[in-house]
Design a protein around this ligand. Structure first.
Ligand code: RAM
Length: 367
């Protein structure tokens, strides 16, 4: 135990040294207003072993890493992240690869780790491929928070879960069934990349849901991948109509895929024959909710997700929490959150419930 404390103290000293030298070079922007955030005060809670380490405020940059750049879903998450950063008086950089690709993401992360940021908050393109990279960051005392799409538990500190996995999968089958109508029919899934941890987990749940007697008249004909690329997703949607002339519903559990599929249905004049549903953002989908191509879809609030990821990353970087089940932390306007342990998901923090958007409520949202 003593030995461990000494090690921790030494590591902390080393880390502070590294940070001092790293801040000058790595921090591309001087952290503007660094009014010492109130939250860094050492909490006097039931202290698990690791909190013996002094809760020193980390003063470098934090980084939010999306699956890829140019996706309004992630831009919205970044808006929330920046709001949290402002409240905490920290700098959160937003850096991602051009495409939703695990290898590109690993290259980016390696260069970020070398700059010794205070924390990384990542939406992963592959759960397993990113484990060694996540471990390298944690070995360098950089907390790794995943959000939206998780690295497997060994490669990250905690995951911020946008909604309960089962609910996200189940709601999409329920919406598809409503759109297919009482006779059911053929449905297809148009996903993101074939390695995306979040989409793959939801697709598993969808397949389980389809076993239920109430969905016996729905036939899943194929799962295709648009790689979170608009053009590829559009082409994949068109290929589905050609291959399956009786197709009734496309479920796209990705904001890129759902918008591209709804546009493809509209362009092909298939509104009313093929329906699109899945996960989308209100601003991208408004037009298709109104023209009937995608009458209903679901999502959580990505801005809140980015906001919560930053609060969690900050609490870890400053020793307020040490990633143990049952620990709690404050996340500004969202209130208090508790770290939970889940047999499948590992240590995680749950944001809330998914929400269904339709013609009745779509105009109430502007993001
Ligand atoms: C896309 C991305 C993201 C996912 C949303 C629903 O923007 O694949 O990871 O959570 O869709």
């Amino acid at each position: 135990m003593k030995h461990r404390s000494l090690l921790l103290a030494l590591t902390t000293l080393l880390l502070v040294g590294l940070l001092v030298s790293a801040c000058g070079s790595a921090a591309t922007k001087a952290p503007a207003a660094t009014e010492a955030p109130a939250a860094t005060e050492a909490p006097a809670t039931e202290a698990p072993a690791a909190t013996e380490a002094p809760a020193t405020a980390c003063e470098g940059d934090y980084v939010l890493v999306p699956k890829n750049l140019g996706n309004p879903y992630f831009d919205t998450a970044n808006n929330g992240a920046q709001e949290a950063a402002k409240e905490l008086g920290i700098t959160v950089l937003y850096q991602g690869s051009a495409t939703a690709d695990a290898t590109e993401q690993i290259t980016l992360l390696n260069s970020l780790i070398a700059q010794q940021p205070c924390g990384l908050a990542i939406s992963a393109n592959d759960a397993d491929a990113l484990v060694p990279t996540g471990q390298a960051a944690m070995d360098a005392n950089i907390p790794v928070v995943t959000w939206d799409s998780a690295i497997a538990p060994d490669g990250r500190t905690i995951h911020i879960n946008q909604a309960i996995l089962h609910d996200i999968g189940a709601i999409q089958i329920q919406m598809a069934s409503e759109l297919a109508g009482p006779d059911g029919g053929q449905i297809a899934i148009l996903s993101a990349t074939s390695t995306a941890p979040n989409q793959n987990a939801w697709i598993e749940v969808m397949k389980e849901e389809l076993e239920k007697p109430e969905y016996a008249n729905l036939e899943l004909v194929e799962v295709v991948y648009g790689d979170d690329d608009d053009t590829k997703s559009y082409n994949e949607a068109q290929a589905l109509f050609t291959k399956y002339p009786d197709l009734k519903v496309i479920i796209a559990p990705t904001t890129v895929g759902i918008a591209a599929s709804a546009r493809a249905v509209t362009d092909a004049e298939l509104i009313g024959k093929v329906f699109v549903t899945g996960l989308g953002t209100p601003n991208q989908m408004r037009e298709y909710v109104k023209n009937g191509a995608a009458p209903q879809f679901a999502l959580w609030n990505p801005s809140d997700l980015g906001y919560l990821a930053v609060y969690a990353m900050h609490a870890l970087a400053n020793g307020e929490i040490t990633a143990e089940a049952g620990q709690t932390f404050e996340a500004g306007k969202l209130g208090e959150y508790t770290i939970e342990d889940d047999p499948d998901l590992g240590l995680n923090v749950l944001l809330g419930l998914p929400f269904v958007y339709n013609a009745e409520n779509i105009d109430d949202f502007n993001w």
